[in-house]
Design a protein around this ligand. Structure first.
Ligand code: X2X
Length: 341
């Protein structure tokens, strides 16, 4: 009797274990809403779709993610994405550090003008101690960050003239993202910055309400910014925005440990692929995207190191002021890791 009860208990246990995915987590939602700014014509949106696909496959459809591009879950107001994810209006996101930096001051690190000389520097931060520390900060802010992706180095375009030094920027109306450090950087460099969402930026360029913008080349190319008057493109690499693959804390807690592991691994796998896509055609041996932009009649200007240094000097007051806000310890760590890359 004793033995058979034991047997029965363990049999029940085994049966229970087998049915856990289907029954024990009845709180799983039919659909998880994932926010991005850019859709699947761009590496950013492709990375989000890939994450959703991998999770669906590896959970046998238990976790079903739908991607909402255009920051649609916050009516296009991309700087509210993080707040909405904290509050539960958004379940998951692949979001830019720029759009989350108004709420998490440490994420302004990547926007310190000319902190990042190259991809190796960016990788040294996201894949090193600084990246781990920033994940800790984001966790404290109430979200679960899982992997770093990439929007990319942001290059400057405009409809008026070639830009080689700060004097050329003078008075140009430049669309910037709704994050304060951008306002200060572009004002300090002599431009006339205007904050607006990405959704509003393209019509503003088309109508001439703004003269220029700054965004990665993958975006310039896929959004065909040459067709909205962007005729001059300056490669100055003044900053790069990583993306963060993240989940709302309550949603995360509602998943079984096994499913959490799957979602986290899928985020890392999708992010690795996404970074490759973000760099394709614009870096290393492969500059096909850059050549295609040139072939569309856009005048591409690559700054010399001396010209870049002139911009960096002009923007230095912004760097110094914002290093205090980001946290001098974190900035020092970043500078050290970049120097050692
Ligand atoms: O709005 C932008 O410039 C974009 C699409 O790059 C971001 O969301 C940061």
């Amino acid at each position: 009797m004793k033995v058979s009860r034991l047997l029965l208990t363990s049999l029940c246990g085994a049966a229970f274990a087998l049915t856990v995915p289907a029954t024990a987590h009845a709180a799983y939602k039919a659909e998880y809403k994932l926010s991005t700014v850019l859709g699947n014509a761009f590496p950013w949106g492709q990375g989000a779709e890939r994450w959703a696909q991998l999770v669906k496959e590896r959970t046998g459809g238990r976790i079903n993610i739908k991607v909402y591009p255009g920051a649609a879950l916050v009516n296009g107001d991309q700087t509210r994405e993080l707040t909405s994810m904290r509050q539960g209006g958004i379940d998951m996101a692949v979001g830019s550090t720029i759009n989350w930096s108004p709420q998490i001051r440490q994420l302004n690190l990547f926007a310190l003008p000319f902190l990042l000389p190259d991809y190796a520097a960016l990788d040294a931060l996201t894949q090193g101690r600084v990246g781990t520390e920033l994940f800790g900060v984001m966790e404290k802010a109430g979200i679960v960050p899982l992997a770093w992706g990439e929007n990319g180095f942001r290059e400057l375009s405009n409809s008026k003239r070639e830009i080689r030094n700060p004097a050329d920027l003078k008075g140009l109306k430049i669309r910037i993202v709704g994050s304060p450090i951008f306002n200060e950087t572009f004002s300090t460099l002599g431009a006339n910055p205007t904050q607006m969402s990405w959704a509003d930026a393209q019509p503003a360029m088309a109508s001439g309400a703004v003269d220029g913008q700054e965004n990665p080349l993958s975006l310039f190319s896929a959004a065909k910014l040459n067709t909205v008057g962007q005729k001059y493109l300056t490669l100055w690499g003044y900053m790069a925005d990583p993306l963060v693959f993240a989940v709302n804390r309550k949603v995360w807690a509602s998943w079984s440990p096994a499913d959490q592991k799957i979602v986290a691994q899928a985020a890392r796998d999708a992010a690795r692929e996404q970074i490759k896509l973000a760099r394709a055609g614009i870096s290393g041996q492969d500059n096909a995207t850059l050549r295609a932009i040139g072939a569309q009649g856009v005048k591409v200007t690559a700054l010399t190191p001396a010209e870049k240094a002139t911009f960096a000097r002009a923007a230095r007051p912004v760097y110094d002021k914002w290093a205090q806000r980001v946290g001098t310890g974190l900035v020092k760590q970043a500078e050290t890791d970049i120097a050692k890359r």
